[in-house]
Design a protein around this ligand. Structure first.
Ligand SMILES: C[S@@+](CC[C@H](N)C(=O)[O-])C[C@H]1O[C@@H](n2cnc3c(N)ncnc32)[C@H](O)[C@@H]1O
Length: 295
């Protein structure tokens, strides 16, 4: 089955190119508020950040079909010793946009996760009470739903084509609210400077919440992980990304740069560039300057 993919370079606070109710499943990982490694100083303040989440949540609700799921990979963030309750705040924001809060899965990275600062080291230097700061190995995957899904709208043929492998489901512990998945290693070439999630994350979620031939949305596409996995799983995908410089990386990751045995070479990619208006795309240079100046 050939699939169709759309890459929109623009700001997902507005998703004008995407029709109401046209998306069957959405999965994304937004930038985390001024995350020290990736987005240091990008947002002026926390309220501005919540404003971005608010606009994107409302647009997501509009484009999602009735009954369908939005999976939000997000985490609280520690910035200059202050912990920001991003997970709780984004649940409230999504609820205000109209979504039902359905579930929360905890993604646990391996014990030796390399990217974290070893906050726990403080107590080794000062082995006394009040010096305890744990190392964080967890992120959340919050599952939201728009209304109720009507199972009868899916044909028997499509149900069978989309069947979940029960052995994989059980052996890999998909049934628990704790998913142990190895993160993308910091040195990975394609994901350099993009806080990418591992393929396994969209792989499980796309299989669990969409049918073959349907359309998956990732409004913060980054390196293109969701589009790659959607393509491999015979789903169409629409991805939005604000930084135009990521085009080459996305094409390479999704296999649209060159004919490739891994993918169906009949699949199509359309690229849309939003060059004007308040929510147009930006360049990496613009983002780096913004981080430096804290504009
Ligand atoms: C955490 S990364 C997503 C990584 C992605 N899941 C992957 O596996 O590569 C967030 C991405 O969102 C992009 N971004 C930030 N703000 C955006 C906005 N308002 N609209 C669209 N993309 C945005 C960033 O440039 C970054 O590439």
């Amino acid at each position: 089955m050939a699939t169709k993919h759309k890459l929109i370079f623009g700001n997902c606070m507005e998703m004008g190119e995407i029709a109401d109710g046209s998306i069957h499943f959405a999965i994304t990982s937004p930038p985390y508020f001024n995350a020290p490694f990736d987005y240091d100083g990008l947002f002026t303040n926390y309220n501005q950040y919540l404003g971005v989440l608010n606009k994107f949540a409302n647009e997501s609700y509009r484009v999602l079909q009735e009954g369908r799921i939005f999976a939000l990979n997000i985490d609280d963030m520690l910035v200059n010793g202050e912990k920001y309750p991003i997970v709780a705040d984004s649940i409230k924001i999504f609820q205000s946009a109209g979504f039902r809060y359905r579930d929360k899965i905890v993604w646990k990275k391996p014990d030796g996760y390399l990217r974290i600062s070893k906050r726990s080291g403080v107590i080794l230097q000062n082995p006394y009470p009040m010096y305890y700061y744990p190392d964080n190995l967890l992120e959340s995957i919050v599952i939201f739903q728009k209304g109720k899904f009507n199972y009868r709208t899916i044909s028997q043929e499509v149900r069978e084509l989309s069947k979940i492998d029960k052995k994989e489901f059980q052996n890999k512990n998909w049934h628990k609210t704790l998913w142990e998945i190895t993160n993308v290693l910091p040195g990975s070439k394609l994901e350099k400077n993009v806080a990418a999630f591992p393929d396994e994350l969209p792989y499980r979620l796309i299989k669990l919440f969409s049918y073959v031939g349907e359309t998956v949305l990732d409004p913060f596409l980054g390196s293109g992980t969701t589009m790659k996995v959607a393509r491999l799983l015979n789903r169409n995908c629409i991805g939005m990304e604000i930084i135009h410089d990521l085009e080459k990386v996305i094409k390479e990751k999704t296999g649209f740069d060159i004919n490739n045995d891994m993918f169906n070479n009949e699949d199509k990619l359309e690229i849309i560039e939003r060059k004007t208006g308040k929510y147009k795309f930006v360049t990496i240079e613009y983002v780096e300057n913004k981080k430096k100046k804290g504009l």
